[in-house]
Every structure is written in structure tokens, then in C-alpha cells.
Design a protein around this ligand. Structure first.
Ligand code: G6P
Length: 609
């Protein structure tokens, strides 16, 4: 993963590089560094830890007046998160590089470069690119040409930025498989891993595509392909403002984003539904034609997005269309049979998850009929590579543990289910009922958020626990999985989710007073069965926490705490019941004092395999 920011400006670049790194910290946060170019050469500062640690390391240097520089925040892949492995990497005196991605043929290149006399100072794959550029630079005498010759030799993923002290007013970047944008400012030009990093200086961008190079200088921006042919690129003006990702009065982004769900869901619905129906054309001009021919759905995603796909599987099949859901990393690397007329749906908050992108590519190569993505990042690779597109409108999500991106994905999926299954088993009455429920959803979410105090109090039950079990049935099974994932990512408590019917097939053996069990119990036809599961846990002295529909009539007794969530229609229940599970994980982590916006070893956007 990792994030890069590079700048050539008429004013000091350090403040914007640091600001950019802070905005990119979600991409990795185990070490960071900056290299500034002035007339005496490079001034480099690197530190292990967060951007705040880098600022401390910069100390008095924070007032540096250099007008060109490159910076990096790292999520270690090759080489431990040490200062020596932190970027930027430098050749003695001449070149500096920052890199996001993984170079697969680094070993072969490294051996070749060592034979040629190069000395390596780190364990990173990045240093291989640096020395190869240096070797090519000596032949070509031009940074752009040296980078162009180098990237042709690289296998893997990269977004790189390089600067040379011989050409101090020029930065060269190149991209393949890792995201890259160029910012067009009034005072300078910039390269970064995403737009958010540069919103403090510009809202105008060029998006760089795979196998392209870019050169920024005082004269402007030049984009070319690998053959050196000039590429014309439109300017994309972002409607995001720097402040959109500010913390406001919240203690953590995760809490802010949990509370933003009322608005986010309403933004996702805006302009997409009429009085009693879902509007046509909301997935793209061709959606009706494609949906009429669609005979099966294949969903592909990772992490939290995968859980959203699992919920949609129940919905699609309820209304008469076959649906398969698979983790992208598995899908991309196995042989499969895709039925004719399958619509391939990718789900992704970032639109840059490398396994999801690769799975989409594989499916296209195998001739899948049509592709659609549900995504939260308008200019992402996934959006550009998909035929039909639906933006979730969740707004920037900074907390590594996904919250509002998930609930807005579920809302988007429900709109998709209606739009497709109305050509199958879904009746006009069903459609009207679902639309009515969706319309009421923001208010129901708002009501659910008011339970926070109650949930925060119960969070105390978990802080001394090592393990927890989550149970659900039907559409609530993936919600139990999502609840378990939230708890483990941010509180580091080992949590597992089971379809409640599986309890007797193994996990019941683990249940005792040390193993809390959390159940999600909406008022549906599976409720009676779930009640029996609750009894089974209670009989073994297990401590239970049940999130229940008001109509579920589950009794609060010794060892069983009930949180009533209101009266929630079945179709939207998975969306609503997600919220208390998010709040529970948040409050457990808060009490435990973990770094809950940036949990250890994780990153928001996984752009490496
Ligand atoms: C990482 C994030 C998760 C996210 C997953 C998939 O693991 O920490 O929150 O669900 O990637 O990301 P995507 O952007 O494709 O939804």
C-alpha cells in the first residue's frame, strides 16, 4: 500500500507534503519520510511510526523553504518498518524515489545491479527501481528517459515519483497498478496517490492511467505512454473540499463516520428513487437493456465489501435470480465457470483494491457478459474499468474500519436487486414496499444511533475477554460476520461469526462464561430457531448480548442482555442491525485504548496482493 506526495512549487513545499501525507495515512502508517531538494542537495528525514512522529523528527527543519520535494507514508511489504527501509530512498547525492506497490522481479534485478557494482542500503524492492533509474540515467542523461527505460523492465505494481539534483525543477512519475493523480495548482504541480492528499492546494486533477508516465515542472504537466507518445488528458474537477475529511468535534473518524450514516444513506438514495419505484438509468444509460438480459449475478469483493455482497446474495435469490459471491483474491486465482448472461458486480469502497481489480480483469478475459461496480471513489480504477457504475455517495471514509461505506453499499445493492429482479420474481407491490422502507431508512438509522450510551455501557463486558462469538441467521449471518470483523480489527479481540444453525456443529464446545456471544435477532421467520440457539448458550453458562427487534420478545434474564432496536422491516434489517455492532466494536476499542482509526498492521486501501 503506502502513499506518495511529490511537489514542485513557487513556495515552500514541506507544509503541503506533510498535509498530503496525513491525508494518505489511511494507506499505511508504519513509517514515513520526506526528501527536500535545495541548492546543497537533498535534505532527508525519515522516522518509524506516524506522520506526527515524522513532524517531531523534522523539529526545526519544519520551516524548511525548499520548493521541491517528495514524501511517503509506508505500509511495509519488503523489509521491516525501520528507518532504513522508510522512503524516500536516495542514491549518493543525485536521485530520490518514493514508491507505492510491489516489484515482483526485484530479486533478479537486485542481483543484476549488485553485479554492476550497486550497493543496497535497505531491504526494499523500491531500491531496485532507484538504482536501475540511476544506471539508465547515466546512459540517457535525462530523468524522464531513465524512468521510461526502467519501468519497461519492472514487473508488478508501482506508482513512483523521482527527483534528481541535476534537474531540480522536474519530478517524474510513473504508474502501473497503483493509483496516481496529478494536481494542477496555482502555485505548483503535484503528484499523489489520491486527490484527498492535494485538496488543500487544488481541486483540479489529471488521473494517470496504467502504463503512463508523467513529468511535472515549473512549465506544467506532460503525460506520455511508455513509448514516449504524448497523451492528452482532460482536467477532472473534484467536488470534495479539504474540510470534508476533517474530524470536527469527534474523537475518532470511525465515530464520526458511524454518525454520518443517516446523511450518507440519504445521499445514496437521493435522485435514485421515485414515489414507488427505483428509477431506471441509475446504474448507467444501458442498465435496463443489460438487466433484462441478466440471468445470473457474480459478486466479487474483499473485506467488509465482501460481507455486503453476502447480504445481497440472499436478496437476489429471494427475488428469483441466481447469485454467487466470492472473495476477490480467491476468484482471481482459480478456474471457474461463469454462466452465460452473468452480470459481474464488484463492490469496493476505494475502487483500488488490487485483488478486486485483478478479479475483474480475469472475469473480462473469460468473457463475462457485463460488468458493474458499486464504489465510493468516482475516479478510481474500478470505476474506469467497469461498464456500469453506481457511486455510493458515502463521502470520504478515513477510519480504517469501514462503516458508512458498508451501509451505503447495502443500500446501493438493494437498489440493484430491485432494478434487476423486477425482470424476474419481484412484483410492483414488492418494489413499492422496498422503496417505502428505503425512504424511511435514514430516520430509522438516526433512531438507532441514539442507542449509543446503552451500547457503550455494555461494551465494558468485553474489555477483559480474549474471544467473542457472533451469531446470525439469513441476511443477519453476514451482519454477524461484519460485527465480528469490526470487533477484531479495532479491539484485537478474537471474534468469529457463525450461522446460528452451525452452533451445535462445533462452536458450542467453546462457550463458557469467558466467551461472550452476540446475537442479531430481527423479527423474521428464523427468529424461533435463533431463540433456541440463545437458550443453548444460556444453558452452558455463556454470557449473551442480543440485539433484537422490538417484536422479537426475547426476555432479559440473568446472563442475557437485550438491546431493542425498534421495529424494523426484514428487508432493511441487515442495514439497521449493522449500526449497533459498529458502535459496540468502537466502544470496546475505546475502553481498551487501541489506535482505533489506524489499527495495527492494517491499511484502508489494499493495493498490494
Ligand atoms: C481493507 C480495509 C477494509 C475494506 C477492504 C476492501 O481491508 O481495511 O475496510 O473493507 O480493504 O476494500 P475496498 O476499498 O475494496 O472496499
Amino acid at each position: 500500500m503506502c502513499g506518495i506526495v511529490c511537489a514542485i512549487s513557487t513556495e515552500a513545499v514541506l507544509p503541503l507534503l506533510i498535509e498530503g501525507l496525513k491525508r494518505l495515512e489511511y494507506r499505511g502508517y508504519d513509517s514515513a519520510g520526506v526528501a527536500l531538494l535545495n541548492k546543497n542537495g537533498f535534505e532527508r528525514t525519515r522516522s518509524v511510526g506516524r506522520i506526527a512522529d515524522l513532524e517531531k523528527a523534522l523539529g526545526n527543519g519544519i520551516n524548511n523553504t525548499s520548493t521541491a520535494g517528495i514524501a511517503h507514508t509506508r505500509w511495509a511489504t519488503h523489509g521491516a518498518p525501520t528507518q532504513k527501509n522508510a522512503h524516500p530512498h536516495l542514491t549518493p547525492g543525485k536521485l530520490a524515489i518514493v514508491h507505492n506497490g510491489i516489484i515482483e522481479n526485484h530479486q533478479a534485478l537486485r542481483e543484476e545491479l549488485i553485479k554492476a557494482g550497486y550497493v543496497f542500503n535497505s531491504e526494499t524492492d523500491t531500491e531496485v527501481i532507484l538504482h536501475e533509474v540511476d544506471r539508465q540515467y547515466q546512459l540517457a542523461g535525462d530523468l524522464y528517459e531513465a524512468v521510461r527505460a526502467t519501468v519497461k523492465r519492472l514487473k508488478g505494481a508501482y506508482a513512483i515519483g523521482l527527483i534528481s539534483s541535476d534537474e531540480p525543477r522536474r519530478i517524474v512519475g510513473a504508474r502501473s497498478g497503483s493509483p496516481m493523480v496529478v494536481g494542477l495548482g496555482k502555485k505548483g504541480h503535484y503528484i499523489a496517490s489520491d486527490m484527498a492528499a492535494l485538496l488543500s492546494v487544488t481541486q483540479d486533477f489529471h488521473i494517470i492511467d496504467d502504463d503512463e508516465l508523467v513529468e511535472i515542472s515549473d512549465d506544467g504537466v506532460r503525460i506520455t505512454d511508455l513509448d514516449g507518445k504524448l497523451v492528452q488528458r482532460d482536467v477532472f474537477t473534484s467536488d470534495q473540499h479539504a474540510g470534508a475529511a476533517d474530524l470536527g468535534h469527534y474523537q475518532h473518524y470511525m465515530l464520526k463516520e458511524i454518525h454520518e450514516q443517516t446523511q450518507a444513506v440519504s445521499d445514496t438514495l437521493e435522485g435514485r428513487i421515485a414515489a414507488e419505484r427505483v428509477l431506471p438509468g441509475i446504474f448507467g444509460a444501458q442498465d435496463e437493456t443489460i438487466f433484462k438480459q441478466t440471468g445470473a449475478i457474480q459478486i466479487i469483493a474483499c473485506g467488509t465489501s465482501y460481507h455486503a455482497g453476502l447480504v445481497a446474495q440472499y436478496w437476489f435469490e429471494k427475488f428469483g435470480i441466481a447469485c454467487r459471491v466470492e472473495i476477490a483474491s480467491e476468484f482471481r486465482s482459480r478456474q471457474h465457470t461463469i454462466a452465460d448472461n452473468t452480470l459481474l458486480v464488484t463492490l469496493s469502497q476505494s475502487g483500488e483494491t488490487i485483488d478486486t481489480l485483478a478479479a475483474l480483469k480475469v472475469a473480462k478475459q473469460e468473457g463475462v457478459a457485463h460488468t458493474l461496480t458499486i464504489c465510493n471513489a468516482p475516479e478510481s480504477s474500478l470505476v474506469r474499468d467497469s461498464e456500469l457504475v453506481f457511486m455510493t455517495h458515502a463521502g470520504p471514509e478515513i477510519g480504517v474500519a469501514s462503516t458508512k461505506a458498508f451501509t451505503t453499499q447495502l443500500v446501493s445493492l438493494l437498489l440493484l436487486v430491485v432494478s434487476i429482479t423486477k425482470h424476474h420474481r419481484l412484483s410492483a407491490q414488492d418494489e413499492a414496499r422496498i422503496v417505502k422502507e428505503l425512504r424511511e431508512l435514514p430516520a430509522i438509522i438516526d433512531e438507532t444511533l441514539r442507542r449509543e450510551k446503552e451500547i457503550a455501557a455494555l461494551a465494558r463486558l468485553f474489555t477483559d475477554k480474549q474471544h467473542a462469538l457472533f451469531l446470525g441467521r439469513g441476511t443477519q449471518y453476514p451482519i454477524a460476520m461484519e460485527g465480528a470483523l469490526k470487533l477484531k480489527e479495532i479491539s484485537y479481540i478474537h471474534a468469529e461469526a457463525y450461522a446460528a444453525g452451525e452452533l451445535k456443529h462445533g462452536p458450542l464446545a467453546l462457550v463458557d462464561e469467558k466467551m461472550p456471544v452476540i446475537a442479531v435477532a430481527p423479527n423474521n421467520r428464523l427468529l424461533e430457531k435463533l431463540k433456541s440457539n440463545i437458550e443453548e448458550v444460556r444453558a452452558r453458562g455463556g454470557r449473551m448480548l442480543v440485539f433484537a427487534d422490538d417484536h422479537a420478545q426475547i426476555n432479559q434474564t440473568k446472563g442475557v442482555d437485550i438491546i431493542n432496536i425498534g421495529r424494523v422491516d426484514n428487508i432493511i434489517a441487515p442495514i439497521v442491525f449493522t449500526i449497533p455492532l459498529q458502535m459496540l466494536a468502537y466502544h470496546v476499542a475505546l475502553i481498551k485504548g487501541t489506535d482505533l482509526d489506524k489499527p495495527r498492521n492494517l491499511a484502508k486501501s489494499v493495493t498490494v496482493e
